[in-house]
Design a protein around this ligand. Sequence first.
Ligand code: ADP
Ligand code: MG
Ligand code: ZN
Length: 625
Amino acid sequence: MNYRKFIPTILYLVVLFLVLSWASGLMSGTTDSVPYSRVVELFQQEQVKSFVVKDNTITLELRSPVNGRTEIRTNLAQPEQFRSEYESLFQQQHDKGILESYDFIPTKSFTAYDIVFPLLIVGAVLLVLWTLIMGRMNGNNPMANFGRARTVLGVPDGKKVTFADVAGADEEKEELEEIVDFLRNPKKFTDIGARIPHGILLVGPPGTGKTLLARAVAGEAGVQFLSISGSDFVEMYVGVGASRVRDLFEQAKKLAPSIIFIDEIDAVGRKRGTGLGGGHDEKEQTLNQLLVEMDGFGHTEGIIVLAATNRPDILDPALLRPGRFDRQIQVNAPDVKGREEILKVHSRDKKLDSSVNLRTIARATSGFTGADLSNLLNEAAILAARENRPVLNMEDINEALMKIVAGPAKKSHVQSRRDLKTTAIHEAGHAVAMYRLPSHDPVRQISIVPRGRSLGATWYLPKDDSSNLTRNEMYEQIVGLLGGRVAEALYVGDISVGASNDIDRATKLAKDMVARYGMCEKLGTVSYLDDGEVFIGRDYQNTKSYSEKVAGTIDEEVKSLIDRAYEDCKAILEKDGDKLQQVVSYLMEHETMTGAQFADMMEGRELSEASATALTDGYGEEDSE
Ligand code: ADP
Ligand code: MG
Ligand code: ZN
């Protein structure tokens, strides 16, 4: 935007120019202001030797001086009228030789001059501005690429990415293999008339490797990779986005076979007519241009458009029509096996201690994306480097994981003994309840070291990744979640706000069981909740699809489910009060307890060595507070 600094200069020059030309106009118009009647008189007295009328000015040469001058100049209000009135007189005097010469110079119209001149100035200013904008004056002018696509040609860091760098995404890679094949040898496909998709939409949450996959396709096929982010199309200036789209496809055609990758396509591909407020006209233009370009290239041109989004639901349906992004590839967060493979890929360039067990980390990081896992190993490496250790150990990873899950440990945060005890009782309550619930996942670690906003935490280790929970498993999760609150009620004698997150989660689970999964007899196998997304401007209506009466029953059932879970939990914690107190004392002393130690304590065994590498015993999700 450095053209701005030229604006004052330009304005200054323009004003100076105008003032000067105005002044010179005044100067040339300087007249003797002889009255019109006197001019006529001079003619009648045969005093005029010659005259010239130009524009509104008459210049007279006189035979004898008037006011000491033989040449006078004055204004004529209406030169045309003057001419027609005295034309015969001039003729007469000319024939007689009195008036030696006279001339009416055809007006190089004063008004035309008036119009043309400012136009020239405006044109000049526009030219200067345009030159600045197009960056012709200045090689590194940021405005140079104003209307051009802000594409990145080739992979950003210049590193070639292949499928080997994308771990765990086997299904996704398999689907993309066909595209790679086509880009490598388009002729093979076009010869037999095979139709290759124009556009492929990679759909998945952030960090799952969509960008990585797109780059890998280009790397595998050895073709040019043009990437642009959807938000780069979105500009305040109408028409710029559309011209960028045009430019992008032009570039791609020149480089074909090539891949166009539009990251975060939702920024430009939103459903039309949904935006509140201004600015969506520009977006619609851009989107329309994208649609036009997608239709505009044939199947033989060797261009494939990949796009990534985590919100396919908000995309304009026109984008998903045949011939455009007619194929979607779901890119999901990896499963246990995938996570282990991703960890392997990302630990290739790191030295790991023999204590590090990638499988255990993978089990502990359910729900982590590739980006999260990469971040985890990086954090661990930073921790090791800080202590000048050349190799990473399990403790680093343990610490890094805690940091990521709940923010950096705040050991310095001094809790009062009483608060600490409340937290210990709360966490012990979770742990003991979980331990006694037959289908609940085993406890992995208990901690009362404050992290982030939470005072303490009990992690459990999911046995597998299954998201297909049974009714009993869900119920036992509710009981486990209530463990903290129940323990507080039983053994602190008062209850704290520390359990609010537990209660939220328990309530949500109970509500899902009752109203979503049809797990309660009274309401039958009917789903009353619906996941309909609410978008401003479109589906603004309420999605509630049940009566007040049903709503009342849902509330009743949720409450009775939670009440039952509360009583069950209370029974467990009363029966195991001694064990719970033992856990509390241990926590008060050591602040953390591993799952193995906890199991030993529950079974009345000698506690195993407090191995800091709690991970060897498995890892899990945070359960409380
Ligand atoms: P997205 O585009 O889906 O948001 P990215 O492709 O940008 O995700 O992934 C971010 C980073 O996470 C990658 O650069 C890579 O380091 C890591 N990553 C994600 N998925 C994988 C995977 N399947 N294998 C290896 N690394 C991955
Ligand atoms: Mg991305
Ligand atoms: Zn809790």
